[in-house]
Design a protein around this ligand. Sequence first.
Ligand code: BG6
Length: 477
Amino acid sequence: MVLRKDFLWGGATAANQCEGGYLEGNKGLSNVDVIPWGEDRVPIMRGKKEALECDSSHYYPSHEAIDFYHRYKEDIALFAEMGFKTLRLSIAWTRIFPNGDDEIPNEAGLKFYDNVFDECLKYGIEPLVTITHFDVPMHLVRTIGSWRSRTMVDHYTRLCETLFSRYKDKVKYWLTINEINMILHLPFGSAGLVFKEGENEEAIKYQAAHHQLLASAKATEIARKINPEIQIGCMLAGASTYSYTPAPEDVWKAMTRDREHYFFVDVQSRGEYPNYAKKMFERMGIELQFEQGDEELLKNNTVDFVSFSYYGSRLTSADPEVNTQTAANLFPTLKNKYLKTSEWGWQIDSLGLRITLNALYDRYQKPLFIVENGLGAHDTINEMGHIEDDYRIEYIREHIQAFKAAVEEDGVELLGYTTWGCIDLVSSSSGQMSKRYGFIYVDKDDSDNGTLERKKKKSFDWYKKVIESNGEELFLS
Ligand code: BG6
């Protein structure tokens, strides 16, 4: 058998994309709750347009999402039927601290996650918990400017302390901050940053990133004190960058692009700012505010494992004339003529997953965890009432073959694999429901219509067989 016996097969979700109940159980308002559907969505997420509250002229898909808040029992039962060993989900910060700076945590929110974890554990499903998946309390956005303020470190670590103490016997695997490198690309959507006219946005983003890196290290320190068994991972929007040609200028550009992403994990996994980053800040005229003790905190509290999302590789060129781009998880990339794309233009590159796994393992020498991967596609229900999503099966199968090769032939240490959106949920970039990733169909469209009824797709039985055979059987007979 190629994969370890305790390989963590499962699926991944995020609170704001599946829970709904956005103000229920005393929950407060988050940045992710004020991001609407439609043409304003991406400019707001990128921090180019301000949205500090909801208004009646927009539709907000996260407010109900797929109503996991009320239907978690039904959904977890379906995950258990597929044989999930783990379920990745995130905590909505504002369920626990509605304003972010409340004196005491909100018991209703804590109880909700108790129920969810108990339901998972009932079936032997290990919860894999992302502490924040893009969400920040709006109160902290309005009062202290979110992560631009160092005080956020205290608010975040209080959240962590509350979670680790409460769930120390239920949850072993934690991820501190989802796709931490996304702060450079989606400053509001992933970190609640809003800019004023004329500000140095790069300087603010990197200072905010420094606060997140400190917060992540502090969380690791707290976790180890509360329960030394806890395993803490960082989380990167991963994917290796290819060079458009063998021209050294292109190769150099690809290397620097990769470093933009690695920078975060370099700090979280090796415990210090890399020299290339210090030099980059000098060139950019950025002087990061470090306080006494920051360096020790980062050095002494590196992560146990490195987790990442992977949807497809990236391509870059130093030649400005080479500029045919294609869509990709909100990162710019050139179109790679050797690759097919999804219906949303995202490039499909299963060998790229093996390349990325090797690059990360060579660099960090720590166990890896693929915590997001999958194909967003339109699904249709045929006249028999079935959803024949062979395209999704093919995509996931090829990626499983790629990571198995990385384990078997390259010796990469891999803890598990959780496919993104194991049940259809709201797309982060587009707000669509029609961009579906799941093994389970949810009856809801892009305009808020539908019964929310759940329905198994063809891939449901296929993934069940994959898990049952620990990845040995990848074809339906
Ligand atoms: C990752 C995020 O960037 O990609 C998820 O962590 C997101 O939240 C996923 O949903 C897929 O992206 P999208 O835009 O297709 O939902």
